[in-house]
Design a protein around this ligand. Structure first.
Ligand SMILES: NCc1[nH]cc(CCC(=O)O)c1CC(=O)O
Length: 314
């Protein structure tokens, strides 16, 4: 692309959440002197109402990547957690902007927190990861399937169809509905999806000028955290709908001489979808070894039996 001749075309899904995310990126590029505009792309996840776990990997991202490869847009914006873990050598992960709160959020009627929901309360989620961790709490909650955009999910609590739903807090923050959150779920109770709350900003790998421009949007701490979390998922050979949670953050440690340095703290869990078992593990290590930390942690989970939970029957 040529920077001065035409605006940078940013490919995104058309949902309120997706366009809000993409517009945020466009605004930052425009502020930095790079005209930008959105190109709305319809994906399988937008046109089908089947559960995401059934449609398969890449439901929200394949069509956007195709548009990028076919030069219908110059940049692709994805919710990072929706991206399959397989590498795509012709595409560059040009920026991973600073993530928002990665935690899951409970939205309940009557403002009850998770521990206050009476047995038999209905909780909507179609995420095997969320369902497994909710069941593992032993609260007697009834898990109900839930799809659709964030507004329609919240509507099912408001209209009494469900007692509560669990959604990504980041999504509510981005669409300006933070006030709907009843409880931000601590990762000790509910480990979020790998890369939840983060965005992936891709361009064609051979578009050197754009790779350079987009690098200004990158947040290295978020990139390290997401690399570690997704390395867990990849090493477990699990997809974005697997009952696997992971969260990493850059933390301050102190060495023997009293000097403060940055480390990456990573926690992960693999769960049986019926909630009968959850295997948890954690590790702290160098920020520049993010992917290795994730791989090592996955190896520990596998050693402790994670494969049977993540891919039952195999
Ligand atoms: N799978 C759908 C999806 N992809 C990204 C988000 C939320 C925003 C984010 O995690 O960045 C959501 C909705 C949800 O999980 O509740």
């Amino acid at each position: 692309m040529s920077q001065n001749s035409r605006p940078i075309r940013i490919g995104t899904r058309g949902s309120l959440l997706a366009t809000t995310q993409a517009q945020g990126i466009a605004d930052r590029l425009i502020a930095a002197g790079h005209p930008a505009e959105l190109v709305i792309i319809s994906t399988a996840g937008d046109t089908s109402t089947a559960p995401v776990a059934q449609i398969g990997v890449g439901v929200f991202t394949t069509a956007i990547r195709l548009a990028l490869r076919e030069d219908e847009c110059d940049v692709a914006i994805h919710s990072y957690k929706d991206l399959p873990t397989a590498p795509e050598p012709d595409l560059a992960m040009a920026a991973v902007p600073e993530r928002v709160d990665p935690r899951d959020a409970l939205v309940s009627r009557g403002d009850l927190v998770l521990g206050q929901l009476p047995p038999g309360s209905t909780v909507g989620t179609s995420s095997p990861r969320r369902a497994a961790q909710l069941r593992a709490l032993g609260l007697g909650l009834e898990i109900r399937p839930l799809r659709g955009n964030l507004d329609s999910r919240l509507g099912k609590v408001a209209n009494g169809e469900l007692d509560a739903v669990v959604v990504a807090r980041a999504g509510l923050v981005r669409i300006g509905r933070t006030e709907a959150v009843t409880e931000a779920l601590d990762p000790v109770v509910m480990l979020p999806a790998p890369a939840q709350g983060a965005l992936a900003v891709e361009c064609r790998a051979d578009d050197a000028e754009l790779v350079r421009i987009l690098a200004e949007l990158d947040d290295p701490s978020t990139r390290a955290a997401v690399d570690a979390e997704r390395a867990v998922l990849a090493a477990l050979e699990a997809g974005c709908t697997a009952p696997v949670g992971a969260i990493a953050e850059v933390v301050e440690s102190i060495d023997e001489d009293g000097r403060i340095f940055a480390e990456l703290s990573l926690r992960a869990a693999a769960a049986a979808e019926d909630g009968s078992e959850v295997i948890r593990a954690s590790v702290v290590g160098p920020v520049d070894r993010a992917a290795e930390l994730g791989k090592d942690l996955a190896a520990e989970l596998l050693e402790r039996g994670a494969a049977a939970l993540v891919n039952p029957g195999s």
